[in-house]
Write a protein that binds this ligand. Structure first.
Ligand SMILES: *Cc1c(COP(=O)(O)O)cnc(C)c1O
Length: 373
């Protein structure tokens, strides 16, 4: 038949057949082809190549979730008595792994805040096995100076891992900042439509084989259908994120002018504590922001419940705008002391800005604020 498909097929196969035993032996010994989809699958490889090119690394690996990517990568770097330098403001699941699970195995993570640069540098100076960073952070959008920290870690021969989910490959270039291993929850901007759960790791030859082996054994591999949906999502990534950057800036400016809003956290605002680092480090300020409603918990809850257009939901990065009150879901597990330490107030609202007409977003916020006393 003449004419080739513009869109590659979805290889819904768990296993692969060989013409004879010699061919099979060659594939098993030399990884010269496909053998089993927990190892590799052509649809997943297709999206991995695209992802590696986007982040400008030699390789990318697809995972079943962002957390599968994070746990597999961290375990691939751990040895007996490893010492991790991390930061307290990491994603909730990562926080559990670093500060609750790994200590059970005798592996400690230094507990520092990303706002204490001098302390992080001092901890790196003491020696480390891994530097684990995340920027911008959830939900206060702190921006960490990656280059400075990566240089310090490299001087101690430690690899640098960065969760770059909030920035997406459009707004941040981890490779240029000296990051060795980049992680994304593809559930967010890369998928972009709130319909899949997935993750990626991007890295060079040096780390690829080890992470690949750990993925094969831990088993959190991406499935072919998800790979196809991400491949489709990536075609509009640039357009979507540019529009989200634009919308978020409009909404942040609008919120700053409201009497019933106490504070707005968005790296694009000159009032943001890390605005200068963000200008230097990022290509765009992103589609995430958070703000404090001038109300107590109940007043903020009432504001949330009166949003008509913006959906009350966790997660982020998709074309549809979502908002939530971190204290009720993403940060519900923290006790009041931990919450205070993390700066999570009862009137804090996190907003993932979509690609809708920004006037609709402003109108919705305005009418919901009207119910706040
Ligand atoms: C959502 C998220 C994760 C976890 O990803 P899942 O796909 O939900 O497993 C990790 N890091 C960040 C910054 C996230 O936003």
């Amino acid at each position: 038949m003449k004419g080739a498909p513009v869109v590659p097929p979805i290889y819904m196969t768990a296993t692969y057949q060989f013409k004879d035993s010699d061919e099979l032996i060659d594939v098993v010994q030399n990884r010269s082809g496909y053998i089993y989809s927990r190892w590799d699958n052509p649809s997943v490889v297709e999206v991995e190549k695209r992802m590696a090119a986007l982040e400008r690394y030699e390789y990318a690996l697809g995972f079943s979730s962002g957390m599968a990517a994070i746990t597999t990568t961290i375990f691939s770097q751990l040895r007996k008595d490893s010492r991790i330098v991390g930061m307290r403001e990491v994603y909730g699941g990562t926080f559990q792994l670093l500060y609750n699970f790994l200590p059970k195995l005798g592996i400690g993570t230094v507990d520092v805040s990303c706002s204490e640069m001098d302390r992080i540098l001092a901890e790196i100076e003491k020696g480390l096995s891994v530097l684990y960073l995340e920027t911008p952070t959830n939900p206060l959008l702190r921006v960490v100076d990656v280059k400075t920290l990566a240089d310090a870690a490299h001087a101690k021969c430690a690899p640098v891992i960065l969760d770059s989910t909030f920035a997406s490959p459009v707004n941040q270039r981890p490779k240029e900042l000296g990051v060795d291993i980049v992680i994304h929850s593809a559930t967010k901007y890369l998928g972009g439509h709130h319909d899949i759960t997935a993750g990626f790791v991007c890295c060079n030859e040096e780390h690829f084989h080890s992470i690949w082996e750990y993925r094969k054994i831990f088993g959190g591999v991406m499935d072919p259908m998800t790979a196809f949906l991400i491949l489709r999502g990536l075609k509009t990534l640039q357009l979507r994120v540019e529009k989200q950057n634009e919308n978020a800036m409009i909404v942040a400016d609008f919120l700053e002018k409201q009497k019933k809003i106490d504070a707005v956290f968005y790296p694009g605002l000159t009032s943001h504590p890390d605005h200068e680092i963000a200008v230097r480090q990022m290509k765009g300020f992103g589609g995430m922001l958070s703000f404090l409603v001038a109300a107590n918990f109940d007043g903020t809850k009432k504001f949330m419940d009166h949003l008509k257009f913006i959906k009350l939901a966790t997660s982020l990065g998709g074309v549809t705008s979502l908002a939530n009150q971190p204290i009720t879901n993403t940060h519900a597990a923290l006790n009041p002391a931990e919450r205070a330490k993390a700066g999570i107030k009862e009137n804090l609202v996190r907003f993932s800005v979509g690609i809708e007409d920004p006037n609709l977003l402003k109108q919705d916020i305005q009418q919901a604020l009207a119910v706040v006393k």
